[in-house]
Design a protein around this ligand. Structure first.
Ligand code: HEM
Length: 104
């Protein structure tokens, strides 16, 4: 078995999470989920998702997770919304610049 620096944090779950987050945030590939017209950055959340890896399916380009999120968490949507709002996010649509908007 190969040695990993994370083994120094054995038994210190919170520190492990923070260390793994630091590694994650250095990665250039971010993972996003589309919910009601907004992309939410779930890169650091994915491995903590209590519902497991199924969430990854919804990070694929073109996937809209809105229905899945509402259906799988219908008894806890208030909590889910608070969690979503704590993630970095961006609108799914960009406002075209004025030049392109000109109709005449
Ligand atoms: C970023 C968006 C999401 C957040 C913040 C989130 C959060 C959570 C949380 C907190 C739970 C624990 C149970 C609860 O409180 O409802 C959970 C469970 C679960 N989630 Fe998600 N989730 C997200 C996206 C998804 C997606 C896209 C799916 C796709 C199918 C999914 C499927 C599930 C399933 C199957 C469970 C287990 C439900 C159960 O055991 O009753 N989640 N999620």
């Amino acid at each position: 078995m190969s040695w990993s620096p994370l083994s120094l944090l054995e038994g210190k779950e919170e520190m492990k999470d923070a260390a793994a987050d630091a590694v994650d945030s250095n990665k250039t590939t971010r993972m996003e989920i589309l919910y009601e017209g907004r992309y939410y950055d779930v890169t650091n959340f994915i491995r903590r998702h209590p519902g497991g890896n199924v969430i990854k399916l919804y990070t694929n380009e073109g996937e809209d997770a809105t229905q899945a999120i509402q259906q799988f968490h219908n008894r806890s949507m208030n909590k889910i919304m608070l969690m979503l709002k704590s993630f970095p996010s961006r609108p799914a649509t960009t406002v075209p610049d004025q030049q392109q908007c000109k109709l005449y």
